[in-house]
Design a protein around this ligand. Structure first.
Ligand SMILES: Cc1cc2nc3c(=O)[nH]c(=O)nc-3n(C[C@H](O)[C@H](O)[C@H](O)COP(=O)(O)OP(=O)(O)OC[C@H]3O[C@@H](n4cnc5c(N)ncnc54)[C@H](O)[C@@H]3O)c2cc1C
Length: 369
């Protein structure tokens, strides 16, 4: 049998694209070297809220994805999406001074709350804050498992992929299209132009009887109390190259920070989670076809700044660079990528990976990289 598409990597990105392709009647195989949600996706607190700020390609993309994804989870996996609302609290005086400037750019239902109103919801904060009613948290692992439920799955570490005529080989499987959804690991092709890097993070579940019906995000996120469990997240460590063991001391640091906002007197650590997020060179997602950098370099004046038609690896696609918002972005972008693979419909240009190529070549030329 020849699969239409093999998806490599079964985090929220890979599970989402496999799900949408299967809905379009593709024969899909999902592969992961460890298992579904074994990378950053299994560690995520999976808080969902819009991006705050003035309009920009990334903010507008995130907000469109937020609205799409909330509807998608509520319609398909209502048991795993907890729409508690999320209060967004300014991190400092400067942030707080911009609250009213930012409000005209909100693209989701919201209400401004005074510190007294936030306090009546169980949190001690200094500044006027914004409650986004549709925000909340999802059960990260369960959502991934549900998305992957009816998809053929294999557990192995893909070391390389080869192509003969129009058919790719992944292990002993023949396939027309490949989607790379491998998170921070990208050794299968020359994808340096995307500049994908990992950011290590810890988060934790605590048991508590504290009454919290709403989730909150300031410099850390605190979930509503769901059946006696409150999630706290997350730390961000740059320059970590390889995953390391989970460290409970990071969870206690998060707890200490949370104690500025909530009563933590009965909190008991249940579990620390840790994993890698993957971000691109410009911190926006990278979705679409993969450029064949080797072939592009054969153009004679490419390093002199001359632009040429883009050459792609045939039928090779990527869905990556979801940063700290994989559970917001993945379903929306997977739907976009499905439209590209099935109908050759152009990808949302705010996420299209091509944007990074010419900039990278310019930097190579100037010796910046
Ligand atoms: C502590 C923490 C908290 C977070 N909190 C949130 C949050 O609140 N909200 C939110 O939206 N996001 C959050 N995130 C971010 C979110 O988890 C990421 O955006 C998401 O994991 C990205 O998904 P992915 O599928 O691209 O990568 P991953 O989940 O890392 O999946 C990549 C998969 O590819 C597999 N793989 C790699 N190479 C190969 C190979 N050669 N062969 C086979 N398999 C391979 C890996 O085993 C892995 O399972 C958090 C992340 C962390 C670490």
């Amino acid at each position: 049998m020849i699969y239409d598409t093999v998806v490599i990597g079964a985090g929220i990105a890979g599970c989402s694209i496999a799900y949408f392709l299967k809905k379009r009647d593709q024969k899909v195989l999902l592969i992961d070297k460890i298992g579904v949600a074994s990378g950053g996706s299994g560690a995520a607190g999976a808080f969902l809220s819009p991006k705050i700020g003035v309009s920009s390609p990334l903010k507008d993309l995130t907000d469109d994805a937020f609205n799409f994804t909330i509807d998608f989870y509520k319609k398909n996996f209502p048991q795993y999406y907890h729409q508690t609302g999320v209060i967004r609290v300014p991190k400092n005086e400067l942030d707080a001074s911009k609250t009213s400037k930012y409000s005209k750019f909100h693209n989701a239902k919201y209400e401004e709350l005074t510190p007294a109103q936030v306090s009546s919801l169980g949190f001690n904060v200094k500044y006027n804050s914004t409650l986004f009613f549709d925000g909340g948290t999802c059960d990260a692992r369960e959502i991934c498992m549900e998305l992957a439920k009816d998809i053929d799955f294999l557990c192995f570490d893909v070391k390389d992929i080869t192509k003969t005529d129009d058919i790719w080989m992944v292990g002993d499987k023949k396939v027309k299209n490949i989607v790379l959804a491998t998170g921070f690991e990208n050794s299968l092709f020359d994808m340096r132009y995307m500049g994908i890097k990992g950011t290590w993070g810890n988060r934790a579940d605590f048991s508590s009887q504290l009454k919290l019906d709403v989730s909150l995000h300031e410099s850390l996120s605190i979930s509503a109390n769901m059946g006696g469990v409150i999630k706290l997240g997350a730390t961000h460590e740059l320059e970590v190259k390889e995953p390391k063991p989970c460290d409970d001391s990071k969870s206690y640091e998060l707890l200490k920070n949370a104690s500025n906002m909530i009563d933590i007197s009965d909190f008991k650590l249940i579990k620390t989670y840790c994993g890698m997020r993957s971000g691109s060179r410009d911190f926006s997602p990278v979705v679409g076809k993969v450029i064949d950098a080797g072939k592009m370099f054969e153009y004679p004046y490419i390093f002199d700044g001359r632009k040429y038609p883009t050459i792609y690896h045939d039928n090779l696609y990527i869905l990556n660079g979801l940063g700290a918002r994989g559970f917001v972005l993945a379903p929306y972008l997977a739907n976009e990528l499905t439209n590209l693979i099935v109908e050759q419909k152009p990808i949302d240009k705010r996420a299209n990976a091509d944007r990074l190529f010419w900039n990278w070549v310019r930097k190579l030329n100037r010796g910046f990289l």
